[in-house]
Design a protein around this ligand. Structure first.
Ligand code: ZN
Length: 180
């Protein structure tokens, strides 16, 4: 079931998510609904606070470019109680968006490679390294669990440029856009 999204200005997006103690049926249903929501919105990542649940869960599905230039979706990944254990000193800049801030895009500097530890749906703790878009997506989603939004990482004139669009969303004028 597709869930309604929390948009910029919603207090839940500023709350620190609570750790998940146990993977109950309720948590499994939430994650299934998050997957439905991510797919319906054609996003690449979604965190539980974005669907109104202040929990430390996010999911990702990163498009991978094939040799012929077309994209295929990578497998869907679930991260419960994630912890970023290592980040590279090397960074890159990439234009980000967010399903909770539709129509707003800006360049964000983030580490190029990360190692993350998390629990999967079966309750197994795993550690894995990601780079480029997959690393960026994990960091963006992990920020959501700490009440941080990508626009917080945009400073100066670039941030000022975003302000009118952010204000509109805060006032409830949500542009209908898919694929943030
Ligand atoms: Zn986001």
């Amino acid at each position: 079931m597709e869930l309604p999204l929390a948009y910029y200005g919603s207090p839940i997006l500023r709350k620190k998510g609570e750790p998940v103690d146990e993977i109950t049926e309720e948590i499994c249903i939430l994650i299934r609904d998050m997957i439905d929501t991510l797919r319906a919105k054609k996003g690449i990542g979604l965190a539980a606070p974005q669907v109104g649940k202040s929990l430390r869960i996010f999911i990702t599905q990163i498009p991978i470019q094939q040799k012929d230039g077309s994209y295929v979706n990578s497998e869907l990944r679930v991260f419960i109680n994630p912890k970023i254990v290592k980040v590279s000193e090397e960074v890159d800049i990439f234009c980000e968006g967010c399903l909770s801030i539709p129509g707003v895009h800006a360049d964000v500097v983030r580490p190029l490679r990360i190692t993350i530890e998390a629990t999967d749906l079966k309750g197994h703790r795993f550690q894995e390294s990601f780079d480029h878009l997959a690393a960026r997506c994990c960091l963006h989603e992990n920020d959501h669990l700490n009440g941080v939004l990508f626009v917080d990482r945009v400073r100066g004139e670039e941030r000022e440029r975003l302000e009118p669009a952010l204000k509109r969303i805060k006032n409830g004028l949500i542009p209908k856009i898919q694929g943030e």
